[in-house]
Write a protein that binds this ligand. Sequence first.
Ligand code: ATP
Ligand code: MG
Length: 418
Amino acid sequence: MIAQDIISRRSETPGWTYMKGMERLVAVVQELSMARDIEKVMRIVRRAAREISGADGATFVLRDHDMSYYADEDAIAPLWKGMKFPIDSCISGWAMLNRAPAVIEDIYVDDRIPLDLYRPTFVKSLVMVPIRTADPIGAIGNYWAVKRKPAEEEVRLLQALADTTAVAIENVRVYNELEQRVRQRTQQLEEANQELEAFSYSVSHDLRAPLRHVDGFVDLLRKNSESALDENGRRYLDRISGAAKTMGTLIDELLVFSRMGRSEMRSTVVPVGRMVDEVISSLVPETSGRQIVWLVDELPEAEADPSMLRLVFMNLLSNAVKYTSKVERAEIHVGCTKGEGDLIFIVSDNGAGFDMKYADKLFGVFQRLHRQEDFEGVGIGLANVRRIVHRHGGRTWAEGTVNGGATFYFSLPSKGEA
Ligand SMILES: Nc1ncnc2c1ncn2[C@@H]1O[C@H](COP(=O)(O)OP(=O)(O)OP(=O)(O)O)[C@@H](O)[C@H]1O
Ligand SMILES: [Mg+2]
């Protein structure tokens, strides 16, 4: 009675054609390329198998050592979902071991079929295709409630589905492996960050204490024994406290730099033109009394953390001001061009410039190309610039010639492409 009912509902899917199957296969290839876990692959495939072939049922079988595991199914009545059979006594096993499709027109006259397992089901005919023919990892079964001989193209379509499935399963494996590796890397990075944190803390503490001692004893020496020192002695004291102060600054800057890499980023849309104007205004103490021509192009909006981006411009513009201090009429240009998927900001000046041989060194921590006597500085500004820009997904680079000015570039991914 039930079997009769099923047979009357069985679908020689009305309107099924090779073209439709083909169209469905193309769509499935796309769907499968997005699948990131094996459950999703199975869900797509078990449905697609029926749609492609017009079958009454489909199973997704995975090889588990010497067993065929019927992992999933989509059919008009239950088949063998969740069951395992020895690989040498079922038809999925046959397809895997023989690396070829099994096409069975009438299951009751084929001795490869374990009839006991089939009798309770609606199945009368089937096509079983191996997943990955070189070294099968599973199989896809397609079942009909009537005896029928499938067309050759039909079998070919199903085999194409199985081949695509093999690629999708391989993708899932690679994806999981990559994800695992990313997780490991992230953990390593977190550990390294914590170490750096601890290191920064100990730098500030452990180096500062002896520095305070040096400073304190210089003070004491000045107060108590200044009269006992001659001119040279007093000069040495000045040098010692000067050096201690410099070292204090270096430590402070190093800590700021290390914090810069860890602080949280809050990106918003920044009107860069206005930001640059503000930075230029804040440089008045350094620029007053000097002849500086500012050429600021119209600048676009950019997606960035505003306080970090301000620091980038602060460093580049104050460098431009500083390294033009020896030319009579300084010209500082700020511009922007649109690259492929990013914005490239440009800050150029007509100052002291630098030797291109060292162009990449500039961005290193405490790397300076000019002498302290000529241009004062710590050597960390551009390191901060690079770190900030990298955190935003951009790049930094520079061009210059000795006494011919310098141009600094940094890119930021365009909105929506970060
Ligand atoms: N506009 C410029 N023209 C020529 N050289 C520059 C320019 N900007 C930077 N440099 C070179 O790059 C080096 C590194 O710049 P950076 O801003 O990191 O350090 P700094 O300006 O020396 O010190 P600070 O950390 O105080 O900014 C400078 O010492 C200088 O040699
Ligand atoms: Mg600087």
